[in-house]
Write a protein that binds this ligand. Structure first.
Ligand code: BG6
Length: 479
């Protein structure tokens, strides 16, 4: 049934031996197989530097699945999946070697989707290689992973390299948060429900908190992480994407261009943070040792491979204002960090106090009405509001109570798919709405660059916070 809508593709994975391919891409493709989303003629071509034949790659892939999928391998589907696999031994620095890939691809009439699961420093070479063998033309497309640069300038260089061989409508830039079920649901929540559609601006919302808190440290990625830090690793992409979806005005329709247009307007309206307001609006932190889940965790500087003098942040909180009519004066708090007390990603919308006081303020909770959207784990939406406590008192006494929508209760038999399952499928459907365009990336970098420049101007060092705590606080953080 599903198969009719998806055409046959060659899914070419550059970096087939790497972590991303093993952990995410192969398991997701296998999941799509199990859901019958792969056309019978679709091929998966692993590309890497290894003298492997197809048979050996198939054996390796079986081991990868055994290690990284949560269930047993279903032999019925594996038998179909394994015939899709082939391997191309290719060094992307050697342009001549792309002819080997051409020979494999030319055995089919499929459109090609190239997944660049390799560092951005190789993107230019891969594009040149594909251009040389003339396999870069439409409808072929590419999927690229973050980081797209570490600054506006470096992202432009990468985007130019991609743009030299591929048009913007052939480029699918991944932000895996955009493939998460709960992020997609934000559009439904905001634009399919009168209650929220009509109550989503500065007349009713008091402030918003967006938090992505992790309990993990940097998981052996010291070399990579220390060059960039939490702000570039998480805020420039995931948190700003969430913010732009929460704050955007209704798009004309659900097409990529309409959604992107509205998100870009938000990103371009972010109030600049620079040397004039950096101290009030941001705080950086770095984890020291502490207890996580009953275990002693080392400090960032004691992680293996660490440079003991590093002043890279593993935590950041930023107070953001959006200078447009809808959000004038409303604070948005973006917070993210590693080795924190809880693993949770959530958005909390706090509503303003009502302007009248019918009830004796002494007799009720003072906290504001709030809408908590739990993105992960325990995906749910929770509304907190005041109710009368049942009693025979002459005066009303009010208490905050919760109205809860829980994915696991309301959609009992529905799977929550991994973000990569959806993103791979949407790339085959040629739907760019879940991918980030060049203008979004560049607007985000421009805003982030100014923060990082201001930190460096004053030499602002991260504040140490013990692992397993909630991290440092913004100055005069009142809410
Ligand atoms: C990645 C970051 O993009 O997102 C990681 O590079 C981070 O540092 C990860 O841990 C978090 O993703 P998720 O889906 O677990 O919230």
């Amino acid at each position: 049934m599903n198969i009719k809508t998806i055409q046959p593709y060659n899914l070419v994975i550059f970096g087939a031996k790497g972590d991303l391919a093993c952990r995410k891409l192969i398991p997701s493709l296998y999941q799509l197989e199990k859901c019958n989303y792969l056309h019978k003629d679709t091929k998966i071509i692993g590309v890497g530097r290894a003298n492997w034949n197809d048979n050996y790659y198939t054996q390796i892939t079986f081991q990868i699945l055994k290690k990284f999928i949560k269930t047993d391998i279903d032999i019925q589907y594996w038998k179909i999946f394994k015939y899709r696999l082939s391997f191309c031994n290719l060094d992307v620095l050697e342009i001549k070697e792309f002819n080997q890939l051409k020979n494999i691809i030319n055995q089919t009439k499929n459109t090609n989707i190239y997944y660049f699961a390799m560092p951005p420093s190789t993107f230019g070479n891969i594009c040149t290689g594909l251009g040389k063998i003339k396999l870069n033309t439409e409808p072929n497309r590419i999927i690229v992973e973050k980081p797209i640069g570490i600054s506006l300038q470096s992202s432009k260089i990468i985007n130019n390299q991609l743009g030299k061989y591929f048009k913007e409508n052939q480029i699918f830039r991944i932000d895996h948060y955009l493939g998460k079920e709960t992020i997609l649901n934000l559009l439904a929540l905001r634009f399919a429900n009168t209650l929220f559609y009509n109550n989503w601006d500065n007349s009713i919302i008091d402030h918003v908190k967006i938090t992505v808190s992790e309990t993990v440290g940097i998981e052996g990625r010291w070399g990579y992480f220390d060059q960039i830090g939490q702000t570039r690793d998480m805020v420039q992409n995931h948190l700003l994407q969430i913010l732009s979806i929460i704050a955007m005005s209704p798009p004309k329709n659900l097409h990529a261009n309409s959604i992107r247009r509205e998100k870009i307007k938000v990103l371009k309206s972010l109030r600049k943070i620079d040397i004039s307001n950096i101290h009030q609006n941001t705080i950086r932190g770095q984890y020291s040792s502490g207890i996580i889940n009953g275990q002693l965790a080392p400090s960032y500087l004691d992680e293996s491979g660490a440079n003991k003098n590093s002043s890279t942040e593993t935590f950041v909180e930023i107070l953001v204002y959006i200078d447009n009519k809808r959000w004038k004066g409303i604070p948005f708090y973006l917070k993210t960090g590693k080795r924190l007390l809880h693993k949770k990603s959530e958005i909390i919308i706090y509503f303003k106090k009502i302007p009248i006081q019918l009830f004796n303020q002494k007799n009720h909770d003072k906290t504001l009405n709030k809408l908590k959207i739990k993105l992960q784990p325990n995906e749910s939406i929770e509304m907190t509001f005041l109710n009368k406590i049942p009693n025979l008192n002459s005066e009303y006494t009010l208490k905050n109570t919760k109205l809860n929508f829980n994915y696991s209760d309301s959609f009992k038999n529905k799977n929550i798919y991994d973000a990569y399952d959806r993103l791979l499928l949407e790339s085959m459907r040629n739907n760019q709405s879940l991918f980030v365009c060049r203008e979004e990336i560049e607007a985000s970098w421009k805003w982030i660059d100014s923060i990082i420049d201001a930190w460096s101007y004053y030499g602002i060092k991260p504040i140490l916070y013990p692992s397993g705590t909630t991290g440092p606080k913004l100055p005069k953080h009142t809410s």
